[in-house]
Design a protein around this ligand. Structure first.
Ligand code: NAD
Length: 330
C-alpha cells in the first residue's frame, strides 16, 4: 500500500522522498534514476556552467525519464556570482514545473517561478524564514535541521525541535530535511507532521550517483562523527566532510583575529571540491556531507533504495500501530 501524503499528491510521485539539490552531484543520471524509482529527482542548476548548459541537462534528463523531476536553485555567497535569473528562466522555458529554492533573499526568484505557475519547494533552516517564504507563496517548505549537509544556517536547531515547531507554525505542507537516510527517519518525519523527506547525502552513495567510487566507499566507511562545520566565523556555515582541507580551514578561522574569506578562498573553492568527486581523493578539497553519513552502509541503485525505504517505512508505521492496545486487552 503506498504512503499517500500532500507531497505525493502535489508532485505526482509514489514515494514521499525528494533528492535535494547537491552541487556537482545533482546531474541528469541521478535525478532521472530517483524519479524513475518513484521519488522526486532534482537537477542542481549551478552544477551546470551556464543557463544554456542547464537547458541541455534538462533535455538529457527527459531522455532518461518520463516522470516528474525538478531543478534546484540555491542563492548563497559565491566566488563568481551566478546568473540566478538566467538559470530560472532557462528551466521554466524548458518546461520544468517543479523547483527547489534555497538560500538568501529568494523572494524575486520565487515570485518569478510562481508567476510562471511552478510548484516551489523552499528549503529553510528557521521557522522565521519558513514563514517569510510562505508569504512569498511557496507550495512546500523543506525544513532543514542542523544535521544537514551544506548550509544549516546560523541558529543550530536540530530537526526534532524544528519539525515539531513547523507543524504548529506553518500552514503549507512541509518536508523534513537533514539527518534522514533510512526508513526510521522517514517514519519519524511523518510522525512529526511532515509530508515527506528530503535526502541528499544518502543519494551520494547510490549506483547512479556521479561521484567517484572511492568517495562512495568513504561515505559507507564513515560515521556520524566524520563531518565538521566551516565558515562559522563568516556566518555562512557549511557542514562538510571532516578531511584535511576542512580542518585546515577551521584552523585558519580560529587564528587570533579570525579569517577573511580571501584567506581560505583557494582551499574551499567549489572548483577544487569538484575534483574530489572526479579523482576520488577524499582529502583533495571541500565536499558536503550530513551527519546522516553515519546511517549509510551500502551503495544500492536508486530503485533498490526507494523500494527498501518504502517497504520499511510501511512496516515501521504498522509496527507503531501495534503499540496502541485497547484497554480491554490489558
Ligand atoms: P564557490 O566556489 O562559489 O564557493 C565555495 C564555498 O564558499 C561555498 O560554500 C560558498 O557559499 C562559499 N563562499 C563563497 N564566497 C563566499 C564569501 N564571500 N563569504 C563566505 N562564503 C563564501 O561555490 P560552488 O561550489 O561553485 O557553488 C556555487 C554556490 O552554490 C555556492 O554558494 C554553493 O554553496 C551553492 N550550492 C549549494 C547547494 C546545496 O545543496 N547546499 C547546492 C548547489 C549549490
Amino acid at each position: 500500500m503506498p504512503i499517500v501524503t500532500p507531497l505525493t499528491k502535489l508532485l505526482g510521485i509514489r514515494v514521499p522522498v525528494v533528492q535535494g539539490g547537491m552541487q556537482w552531484v545533482g546531474v541528469p543520471q541521478l535525478a532521472a534514476a530517483v524519479s524513475n524509482a518513484g521519488g522526486l529527482g532534482i537537477l542542481t542548476a549551478l552544477t551546470q556552467p551556464s543557463p544554456e548548459a542547464l537547458r541541455n541537462a534538462i533535455r538529457d534528463t527527459r531522455k532518461l525519464t518520463s516522470k516528474p523531476f525538478g531543478v534546484n536553485i540555491t542563492l548563497l555567497p559565491s566566488i563568481t556570482p551566478p546568473d540566478y535569473a538566467g538559470y530560472a528562466r532557462a528551466a521554466v522555458e524548458e518546461g520544468v514545473r517543479i523547483f527547489e529554492t534555497a538560500g538568501n533573499n529568494p523572494g524575486p526568484i520565487i515570485k518569478y517561478l510562481k508567476d510562471n505557475k511552478c510548484i516551489v519547494l523552499h528549503k529553510c533552516t528557521t521557522i522565521r524564514h519558513a514563514k517569510s517564504a510562505e508569504k512569498h507563496g511557496v507550495d512546500v517548505l523543506s525544513v532543514d535541521g542542523f544535521e544537514c549537509a551544506g548550509h544549516p544556517g546560523e541558529e543550530d536547531i536540530g530537526g526534532l525541535v524544528l519539525l515539531a515547531r513547523a507543524v504548529k507554525e506553518l500552514s503549507v505542507p512541509f518536508i523534513a530535511s537533514g539527518g534522514i537516510a533510512d526508513a526510521r527517519g522517514i517514519a519519524a518525519a511523518l510522525a512529526l507532521g511532515a509530508a515527506g523527506v528530503n535526502m541528499g547525502t544518502r543519494f551520494m552513495a547510490t549506483v547512479e550517483s556521479p561521484i567517484h567510487q572511492n568517495i562512495k566507499d568513504k561515505i559507507v566507511a564513515s560515521t556520524e562523527r566524520d563531518t565538521t562545520h566551516i565558515f562559522r566565523t563568516l556566518h555562512n556555515t557549511a557542514r562538510v566532510f571532516k578531511n584535511k582541507v576542512a580542518m585546515e580551514v577551521v584552523a585558519i578561522e580560529r587564528r587570533p583575529g579570525g579569517a577573511k574569506f580571501e584567506d581560505i578562498r583557494d582551499l574551499v573553492s567549489g572548483a577544487r571540491g569538484r575534483l574530489v568527486y572526479e579523482n576520488g581523493d577524499p582529502d583533495y578539497g571541500i565536499w558536503s556531507a550530513g551527519i546522516a553519513i553515519g546511517l549509510i552502509n551500502d551503495i544500492p541503485t536508486c530503485e533498490q533504495l526507494l523500494n527498501t525505504l518504502e517497504t520499511e517505512t510501511e512496516e515501521i508505521i504498522g509496527g507503531l500501530q501495534g503499540l496502541v492496545v485497547s484497554k480491554s486487552k490489558l
